[in-house]
Design a protein around this ligand. Structure first.
Ligand code: FAD
Length: 511
């Protein structure tokens, strides 16, 4: 098959990493083709809060945040240690400010910092975090491109009408990057075009991709400088989740069922890539909905979370990945995959946490995912946990609440947990569960994407098991083994590391 078209750079996928890489290409004078498998751009990045973790960048400085690359590196390396290569960690952290500057001052995307604490008590932690966000953008400004952008989770997975007159978070990033690519005159963006194979020459160099276009026709697209795999992870591929992560289902991931299909992993492996961290995800608790989807749940403000034994097993106000890891540990210990968020009606009957979309009580009750009872025995019977154990758990927690100190899990002692309660001391984080009505809502182990994939160098080049690179092939975002290893250091590391490594990959292609 001959080449159907030719570009300098081919980018597979259209999330944050992909679009940042594509912009880096256009600004280096390279032609780029962004190829998206589904009928919408943005992937899971379009669902995201849009926080991008880049320590020591100019936006933080402008807004008076005391930070530096070295402080960020101290923090990051204290957590991740030698679980990933120190030179890749340094490459991410040192290039972060360069990418922030590029996006705002070269591309023209207005940026702002919003406070969101780092996730661990470690040297170099920033109480306000190091997140930057693209300014919201109006639908009017996005124009015809609006319909090409994957909408937020409530609309995309739950059929709920949402107001899209103003795009914020991940939506704003995707919209602004697409508009900038359109304006560049050097980018072609294709929808409904899965990349099905990589093309390699006799020396093993990746020279292009094979795609199936919207009309079903197969063709080959040549990439003169390189191919960037930024096609997300494999969170929605049941066989890969079962094989690598022993997950009972792929349905609890927050990603859309059509994205996160694991294509990038398959493509990288087909070219001889080494892989790593395949047992890892960006984990989170998730509220199970009747349609089988599970919604990312964070910012617990009251209540407790118990496992199938009726016991607490962690500080419910932990950052979501750390809570998810605690849930995963319970599952691995054989305690099953049913978790229950138990709370009372002291502050109303809504879930005392952030969950998008907010779960409807009636709908979840009808599906057996939300139970309400007048006392603990009745609630325990409804959710199938041992009544004595649940009663003892609630009693103990209420004693902690009275004393203002969680002796089991130190809830409320870390600024992250207090952030969502708006508290400065632990006491407001420890409200007793003793109202006249008790609720239990089913939680499962969810994720924001997998984080294992192709092993990459400091330049984002895909490595073979023998340490040589696959010439012409690069990976970033959840298609690459994460620089954060099995840790989620702070809000915006998935997008931040993906965007930076994509930027570095394209710089390497251009050299
Ligand atoms: P994606 O954004 O998933 O993009 C991959 C794209 O590749 C998809 O569009 C997919 O369809 C496409 N694709 C797949 N296979 C092919 C193929 N064969 N051919 C062509 N295209 C293909 N992270 C943060 O850093 N900050 C946050 O604030 C944040 N908030 C989040 C909030 C929510 C609700 C969720 C669900 C996640 C959040 N995350 C956040 C996590 C983050 O969104 C993801 O980890 C990140 O978006 C992954 O980016 P990516 O570029 O690797 O892949």
């Amino acid at each position: 098959m001959s080449w159907g078209s030719t570009y300098d750079v081919v980018v597979v996928g259209s999330g944050g990493a992909a679009l940042a890489g594509a912009l880096a290409a256009t600004h280096r004078g390279l032609s780029v083709c962004v190829i998206e498998k589904t009928d919408r751009f943005g992937g899971t990045s379009a669902y995201s809060g849009g926080s991008v973790w880049l320590p020591g960048n100019h936006v933080l400085e402008r807004q008076g945040v005391d930070d530096s690359v070295e402080k960020g590196l101290t923090y990051f390396s204290a957590l991740v240690g030698d679980r990933t290569r120190s030179e890749v960690q340094r490459a991410y952290l040192e290039t972060g400010p360069v990418v922030a500057d590029f996006l705002e001052n070269t591309v023209g995307i207005p940026l702002e910092h919003r406070p969101f604490p780092d996730y661990f008590d470690a040297p170099g932690r920033s109480a306000n975090g190091r997140s930057i966000f693209a300014h919201p953008i109006s639908a009017e400004e996005v124009g015809d491109r609006l319909d090409d952008i994957r909408p937020m989770v409530p609309a995309d997975q739950f059929g709920i009408d949402i107001d899209r007159s103003m795009l914020d978070g991940g939506q704003a990033w995707i919209a602004r990057m697409i508009l900038a690519l359109d304006a560049s005159g050097r980018a072609e963006l294709r929808l409904s075009t899965p990349v099905t194979a990589l093309v390699q020459d006799e020396d093993g160099r990746v020279t292009g991709v094979v795609v199936t276009g919207p009309d079903g026709d197969r063709s080959r697209i040549q990439a003169r400088a390189g191919v960037l795999l930024a096609a997300g992870g494999f969170e929605r591929a049941p066989h890969l989740r079962a094989k690598w992560q022993d997950m009972p289902t792929a349905d609890w991931s927050s990603s859309h069922p059509d994205t996160g299909s694991g294509d990038a992993l398959t493509l990288a492996e087909s070219a001889g890539a080494a892989t790593d961290l395949l047992d890892q995800s960006w984990w989170c608790p998730a509220t199970l909905f009747p349609n089988g989807h599970a919604a990312f749940t964070l910012g617990v403000r009251a209540g407790i979370i118990v496992d199938s034994t009726g016991r607490r097993f962690a500080n419910e106000m932990l950052p979501y990945d750390r809570m998810g890891r605690a849930m995963r540990e319970r599952m691995q210990l054989g305690h099953g995959d049913a978790f229950w968020f138990v709370f009372d009606n002291s502050f109303g009957d809504d879930l005392p946490a952030i969950c998008v979309p907010a779960p409807g009580r009636e709908e979840l009750t009808a599906a057996g995912l939300w139970h309400t009872a007048g006392d603990i025995a009745e609630l325990a019977a409804a959710i199938g946990v041992d009544s004595t154990a649940l009663a003892s758990t609630v009693r103990r927690f209420n004693e902690f609440a009275e004393r203002g100190r969680d002796e089991d899990f130190s809830r409320g002692e870390d600024p992250f947990g207090r952030f969502f309660v708006g508290a400065t001391t632990p006491e407001p984080c420890l409200r007793p569960v003793d109202g006249s009505q008790l609720h239990a809502v089913r939680l499962v182990l969810g994720d924001l994407g997998t984080k294992g994939g192709a092993v990459i160098t400091t330049e984002g080049a895909v490595e073979r098991p023998d340490g040589t690179v696959v010439p012409g092939l690069y990976a970033a975002g959840n298609s690459a083994a994460s620089v954060a290893g099995p840790v989620y250091p702070g809000p915006g590391v998935p997008l931040g590391s993906g965007m930076v490594m994509a930027y570095r990959a394209v710089a390497d292609m251009a050299d």
